[in-house]
Design a protein around this ligand. Sequence first.
Ligand code: DQA
Length: 147
Amino acid sequence: MGKILVIHGPNLNMLGMREPEVYGRMTLTEINESLMDAAKKAGVELRTFQSNHEGELVDAIQEALGTYDAIIINPGAYTHTSVALRDAIAAVAIPTVEVHLSNIYKREEFRHHSYVSEVAAGQICGFGVDSYFLGLRAALKLIGDME
Ligand code: DQA
């Protein structure tokens, strides 16, 4: 059975109450539960993890080695700053899908560059919560669990 790890970066624990006009009203718990349901239907195992700390996110990526077949990551603001996250993804070489709720290219200039997309298989952004589900679809394809 395929195994997928979903990693949420800083401030995503505040979804639902955080700038709902940008990020929607669904809470992280609701998003995680829906992702688990979708994964179950697709016949894969899915675990979720959130941290506000860069080092903990690096640890989670490193610990995925040997256990997970794909990673779906919303690195939050670390997208635009973190060489460490980029290097961790490159180091483990686990197929990784980068997702963002908002369309980062329509927003402030500092959000236009992603360190993570340089090492991700691809990036999905701008579809709100659906970005995660499109990300799951992409991850399933990457691990060969979907036609
Ligand atoms: C985000 C976009 C980032 O620029 C921002 O810092 C976030 C959320 C998104 O999902 O749209 O925290 O990754």
